[in-house]
Write a new protein. Structure first.
Length: 119
């Protein structure tokens, strides 16, 4: 079982930056993947990026490549999402997700944090 606690988020002007954090607490086992998703009201949740925990490989959706950076602290079981050059289109609730597997769906979700980018 994995518990996720997110922090960060808030209001920023277009072109600005924000950093989100997500700390995982595990009862048993190890992490397989930690990911970031975002959701705009009325739309489906969108994948942002993922880090494969055992080797650190990171993948991003195209719309954030070059602007967002995922990093991790493997000792603290924490993943970060550094968001630069934010635009109003990045406004959403951001969720971190975790899986103890390397494939398949994510079974654990953070509480979500609001990111609002003003124009």
């Amino acid at each position: 079982q994995v518990q996720l606690v997110e922090s960060g988020g808030g209001l920023v002007q277009a072109g600005g930056s924000l950093r989100l954090s997500c700390a995982a607490s595990l009862r048993t086992g190890n992490l397989g993947r930690m990911a970031w998703f975002r959701q705009i009201p009325g739309k489906e949740r969108e994948f942002v990026g993922v880090v494969v925990w055992n080797d650190g490989r990171i993948f991003y959706t195209n719309s954030v490549k070059g602007r967002f950076t995922i990093s991790r602290d493997a000792v603290k079981n924490t993943v970060y999402l550094q968001m630069n050059r934010l635009t109003p289109e990045d406004t959403a609730v951001y969720y971190c997700a975790a899986s103890q597997e390397y494939v398949g769906s994510y079974g654990y979700w953070g509480q979500g944090t609001q990111v609002t980018v003003s124009s």
